[in-house]
Ligand binder design. Sequence first.
Ligand code: SF4
Length: 269
Amino acid sequence: MPEIKGTIFDIRKFTFNDGPGVRITIFMKGCQLRCTWCHNPEGRDPGPTEVETESVNPDGTVQQFREVIGREITTDELLDIILSEKRLMQETGGGVTFSGGEPLTQPDFLVPILKQCREEGIHTTIDTNGYADREVFERVLPFTSLFLFDLKHTRHDKHLDFTAVGSKKILENLSFLLNCGARIWLRIPVVPGFNNSRHEMAEIIDVLKALPGEIEQVHLIPFRQTAADKYRKLGYENRMQHVPSMLPARLNPYKRMFRRAGFEVIIGG
Ligand code: SF4
């Protein structure tokens, strides 16, 4: 396999929420969206990101230093890490998940790794915002066991206001994948002031019911206030800084709506 470099910012082993079984999750740099609630803003920039940070010494003095988030890695290096977990992944029905950031911003790096994983019998999941070009979805589709596909809002203007891109291309890509028979677990972040209402959930349900193919699961993910420190360190605007985390139980009415509409739905995931 030709050596190609990609940029990642984290590798987490023994993950449980990024697909079936026990998984290894690779967090890849670069994202086209700017979701106001993003938990991984350090993944937005395509290359390594330098930030000013500080630590407290044992004597109470504060030390400032530069921290680099993200690093280049070759396809071979990353495959070695993935393959080191092969036995555990296969024993638990798990696999590898490519997350981010947005993994489909690095298709030339991702596709050869997906191919090799497929040859090794490793289950592959792509956690995507759905905004890549169609040609990129066509390239990864033959080697992807499961898509965790984000659908945040169906309305173009609101999607644009809260994520910096509209919803049209994402919905078209979702429809394309379903038409091709791809396995989809749909992830809907429920965010106060954005889509946290019965009528907005009803709109999403109407759109989903009109799509071709079957969505295997719908995951409703409550907004969590967890990334304030990251925004501060990175110097990014944090529009959600005063919004409290949502209790998962708040999503029970939406769960019932999706269930009544015939979807298998869970809160979280
Ligand atoms: S798509 Fe995901 S990674 Fe990109 S900005 Fe939105 S929440 Fe963050």
